[in-house]
Design a protein around this ligand. Structure first.
Ligand SMILES: Nc1ncnc2c1ncn2[C@@H]1O[C@H](COP(=O)(O)OP(=O)(O)OP(=O)(O)O)[C@@H](O)[C@H]1O
Length: 333
């Protein structure tokens, strides 16, 4: 009997075999989020981590891939020039990571990853894919970053312009290993210790990424939602309905407010006494709002897999979406 006919006759059996294979594969897949201030040594650390992983013999992974701005042809100074382009940069990186989690074995996300909410989104992608995850933080003092950025000119490397550099330094949200999305956290001190392939922190990260998953000790784990939880949340039609409706209402209110001329400087859209307002600073088109809404719904669904359930009442769904929208369209609450 051919495999095809077997899969036709025994669909349940085939599903079981496939899910076992993919579980094994997922155990050898991982996402590493590099984060740190601009010009803090992140790419140097990413390269050494990749070469340390590739030097292991026999290789536990088929391929290691670094996803960074330059691999996606994103220019540093242009991408961080204002909030919309910065949001776009993060969106492009996130989409590439989303595509890569299902096919590349180890993905190293080499970017500033300076916003807590963004690291959370990357973590959600890792969890939805059911893979291993960790954060590597280049903890370099601002003055060293500034100095290295200036020295780039003499090395004929592209540097950040001063205004963008200072703005990024100010907005950095340091990782905290008490957050699920910042854990486990490996910290490098490039100015004090330098960065080498054999740096103890790189060795620790490699060991974490390559050690066998032990579900009892939990010292290396994959972010895997249980099938039971997944099914339970997936069939929670009420939550989906609530989130769907609340987000539609918010979008409708934003579109109506904009059609009435709101959208210039400091124009607030209110949603009632106990909900945050949207302080809209620019005109946001329906396609952009719809795209933000789609991502929000996806992330809400994913975050429910092993974390808290999605919002089940309209007001909390609206609150979460308004906060998310405020972050995504670059406005202050
Ligand atoms: N430990 C170090 N000591 C001195 N210079 C360093 C050190 N680490 C990195 N540099 C220098 O700092 C510059 C930036 O390094 P790198 O590209 O690794 O940083 P980055 O954080 O990835 O930068 P960006 O924010 O632009 O992506 C380079 O010129 C590099 O040679």
């Amino acid at each position: 009997m051919s495999n095809n006919s077997c899969s036709h006759i025994c669909p349940k059996y085939k599903t079981l075999v496939l899910s076992q294979t993919s579980r094994k594969k997922r155990e050898t897949m991982a996402m590493v989020v590099i984060c740190g201030q601009p010009c803090s040594g992140k790419s140097t650390a990413a390269r050494f981590l990749a070469s340390a992983l590739e030097s292991i013999d026999p290789k536990p992974y088929l391929n290691v891939r670094i996803i960074d701005e330059s691999s996606l042809h994103l220019d540093r100074n242009r991408s961080y020039a204002d909030m919309p382009t910065e949001k776009n940069l993060r969106g492009v990186l996130r989409s590439e990571v989303d595509r890569a989690v299902s096919k590349d074995n180890i993905i190293i996300v080499d970017s500033l990853n300076n916003i807590k909410g963004y690291r959370y989104e990357l973590w959600c992608l890792a969890r939805a894919a059911g893979i291993r995850y960790c954060v590597l933080f280049c903890d370099t003092e601002d003055n060293h970053c500034r100095e290295w950025n200036t020295e780039r000119t003499t090395k004929k490397e592209e540097s950040y312009n001063d205004t963008i550099f200072e703005d990024l330094i100010r907005r950095f949200e340091k990782p905290d290993n008490r957050n699920r999305w910042d854990s486990p956290l490996f910290e490098l001190w490039p100015a004090k210790d330098g960065i080498k392939q054999q740096s103890p922190v790189i060795t620790d990260a490699v060991s974490y990424l390559t050690k066998k998953v032990d579900t009892r000790s939990k010292d290396a784990r994959v972010l895997k939602p249980t099938i039971a939880t997944k099914t339970a949340h997936k069939t929670d039609a009420n939550s989906l309905y609530v989130v769907d409706r609340a987000t539609q209402e918010v979008i409708k209110a934003v579109m109506e407010a904009q059609s009435q001329g709101i959208g210039g400087s400091s124009n607030k859209i209110s949603f009632g006494q106990h909900l945050p307002s949207i302080n809209i600073q620019r005109t946001v088109g329906l396609p952009e709002l719809r795209s933000i809404r789609r991502t929000f719904i996806k992330l809400t669904g994913q975050s429910s897999l092993s974390g808290p359930p999605p919002p089940s009442d309209g007001n909390s769904a609206k609150r979460m979406f308004v906060e998310y929208l405020n972050r995504e369209i670059g406005i202050v609450l």
